[in-house]
Design a binder for this molecule. Sequence first.
Ligand SMILES: *Cc1c(COP(=O)(O)O)cnc(C)c1O
Length: 810
Amino acid sequence: MHQYTKKELVDLITGKLRRNFGRDVDEATNLHMFKACAMVLRDIMSERQMVTEDKIQRTHARQVHYLSLEFLMGRSLMKNAYNLGVVEPLKEAIESLGFSAADLFESEPDAGLGNGGLGRLAACYLDSITTLDIPATGYSICYELGIFKQKIVDGQQVELADNWLGLGDAWLIPKMDEIETVRFGGKVEDVWENGQHSIRHTGYDTVLAVPKDMEIAGYKTEHVNILRLWDAKSPVPVDMSLFSQGAYLKAVEQKAMAESISKILYPEDNHREGKALRLKQQYFFVSATVQSIVRKHRAEYGTLRNFHKKHVIQINDTHPTLVIPELMRILLDEEGYGWDEAWHIVTHTVAYTNHTVMAEALECWPQDLVSSLLPRIWQIIIEIAKRYQEELTTYFRGDMGRVEPMAIIWGGNVRMANLCICACYAVNGVSALHSDILKKDVFHDAYVCTPDKFKNVTNGIDHRRWLAECNPELDLLIKECCGGPKYLLRPEALKDLEKYKDDASVLERLSKIKRDNKLAFASYVAKESGIILNTDAMFDVQVKRLHEYKRQLLNVMHIIYLYQNLKRNPNFLTTPKVYLFGAKAAPGYHVAKEIIHLINSLAATINADPVCKDKLQVVFLENYRVSLAEKLMPASELSEQISTAGKEASGTGNMKFMMNGAVTIGTLDGANVEMHEVLGDENIFLFGLKAHEVTEIKNKGYKPYEYYMRNGDIKAVIDQLSKGFDDGVSYDNLTRMLLFGNGSAPDQYMLLADFESYRAAQLAASQTYLDRKRWNQMSLLNIARSGIFAADRSICDYARDIWDVPVRKI
Ligand SMILES: *Cc1c(COP(=O)(O)O)cnc(C)c1O
C-alpha cells in the first residue's frame, strides 16, 4: 500500500489550492485549506474505490446494501486520515504550510445526517464493513439541513438550522450520469394488449434523484466503499411555460416541491413522524436506491433472476420498508416476472433490523396517503397483505385474535414492521435482551410461525474512532499493554489489559490519563462557555437524546435530593460531583423541552449556592453531537444508563463510555445486560427493576402515589419540583406526570419505583470512588472487557448469520 509522505501531501494540497480555488498558500484561508485537504484525501479514496469496484465486478462478489434514513457521520478529516494511515504526515504538511492542524480538524462541521444512536450505528457500521473488506454501499438522503443546532437561551432549547454543506460537501462527489427518476401520485391502470398484461402509470410527478457519493475508507486496507446520498432535484429548472405565462410563483413552487424532499432531516428520535413529506422522503430514497442497484445488476448479469444471490439489502429500522414493494414493482412491471418468482427474489434479498419496541415509535402510514402518493406501491402492498393474511388465517386456524395483530393493513393503516416481518428473510434485534423481547412479546406470534428468521446482533461501536482517535493517551497505554496496535483490528486483544489489574503503575497511568482528559475537556468548556468545571470532582455524565424513557428526570430528582441534604448538612457529600448533561429534544416534544429547562433551572440554583461550592455542580452542555461526544467520553468517570428496563433496545453511548474507562451506573436494559455479564456485579453499579418486573408491576397496577406518601426523600424532591428553583419557574406539570401519569395511565417509566435503588447505587458509586485503587481497577476492567462491543464484532455477526458474505482474515 502506498504510504503518502508529508512532501507528497504538501504538493497535492497546494495543487488543489491553485486549481480549485485559484489561490497560493499565502492567500488561502482556513476554509480553503480544510477543503483542499478534504479533496486530497477524497481523491486518494476515489482511486482506490474504482479499484475496489473493478474487483467486485471481476469476482462477481455478493454485495451488501445498507439502507438507513440516517447516517450520523460526524467529522471525516481525522477519520479518513486515520484510516488511510496519514494522520502524522497530514498534520506535518498542514503545519509546514503555516496552518494549525488542530484548528483545521476542529473547523470541520459535523455531518449531522441523523438523530442519535440509530444514525450513529449506521456510521460505525460503514467503517467496520469497509475495514473488513466487505463489498458494500450505504444509502441515505443528502439532507441540506442535518439535525438542528441547539442553543440554550434563558435555560430553554432554541433550534437553529444546520447548514452543513458549505464545508461538508468537500467530501461529496456528484455522479450526474447516475441520476434516477422517482414518480409520485398519478393514476395506474391495467392494460391488456395481445393477451399481455401491463401497468400504465399516468399523471405522475417526477423527481430526480442525484447521487452525491461519500467515499468510505477502511482501516489498513485498500478497500473503499461508498455512502450514496440522494439529492432531490426538479426535472425542470423552473417550468418555463408557466414562467412565460406569468405564473412565476407556480413555476418556482413546483421546483421547490421537488427539492423540499431532501431539504431537512426529521428531528424526531425514537418517534414516528406521520407527515406526507416524510413518506415522500422514504419512497424517494428507497426507489432511487433500488433502481440504482438494479441498473448495475442488469448491466453486469443481463437478468434479475440471480438478484438475491448477489445482493442483500439490510434495512435500518422500518424507515426503508418500501424497498419491499418497490423491488416487487420493478420485478413485476419492468421485468415482467410472475408474482411468485418476484416474491421469491424479494424475500431472499431483504433483511430487517428492529430498533424499538415502543408503540409510539412503530411506524404506520394511513392507507389514504399511501394510495394517493404511491398508487402502484399501494396495489402491491394490498396483494402482499392479502396473501399474508390468508396464510396466517390458515396457520392459526381462523383465530383472528392472533391474526389481527400481525396484519399488514388494519384499521386504515399500513403497519411497516409487520410488512418487514412478512417479507424479510431475517429480523434482528440489537441486544440480547431486546431480541428476546421481540420473540417473547412484541412479535411472539410471528416468531412462532417462522422462528428461524429471528436473530440477534448486539450493536457495536467503531473502537478506532471512539477509543484510538478520541483518546490517544489511552490508545498508547493499550498498545504498550496489549501487544502493540493489533487491538485496532482485533478488539478482543483489549482483554490483555486485564493482566495489569493489580499493577500499581498501570493503574496510576490510567488515572493520570483520565485526569488529563478531564482537564482538557474543562478547558474546552471554559473556552466555549466560560463555565469552570471542578476537575477534582467525579464527572458523572448523562448524554443522549432527551427522552422520557431514558429518564434524565430520575437523574435530576437524585441531584435535587443531594442538594436538599447538602443544605441541611454541609458534610453530606463525601465525594464531590460534577453532573454533566447533554441532550437535544425533538422540537415538538414538550415534556422533553421542559426537562431541559428544569436541568438549567436546577443548575443555575445549585451553581450559585455557596453551600455547593467544590461539592456539587450541574452543567448542561449545549448542542450534544458526535464531535462533542469525542471530547467528552475520554473525560467521563460515571456513565448514566438509567432507562426503564425493557425500553432501550441496546444503547451505544453506554459502550463508548465503557471503552473509555467510565464505570456504568445503570439498569438491566439493552446492552447493559451484556456489559453486566462480562463485568460481574462488582464492576458495574446496577439498580432498579428488571424488564420482567416492570411488566409485572404494570399488570398489577403501578401506584406512584404510594411511593410519594411512604418515602420522605421522594416527597421532598417532588414538592421541590412543584415549587421550582431560584428562577421561579414551576415544574408542576412534571410532578403531575410522575404522580398521576398522562391522565389515562400511570407513569409508564416508573421513576418513583426505581428512585430508592438508584439513590443507593449512586451512594455506592460515590463511596467506591474514594477508594482510588479500586475505582481505577474497575475502570481498567471496563476497558479490558469492552472488546465485544466493537462494531467489527457486530459486522462479523451480520456477515456470518445474516448476509452470508466473507470477511477479511485478520
Ligand atoms: C452514541 C451517540 C448517541 C447514542 O447514545 P445512547 O446513549 O445510546 O442513546 C447519540 N448521539 C450521539 C451524538 C452519539 O454519539
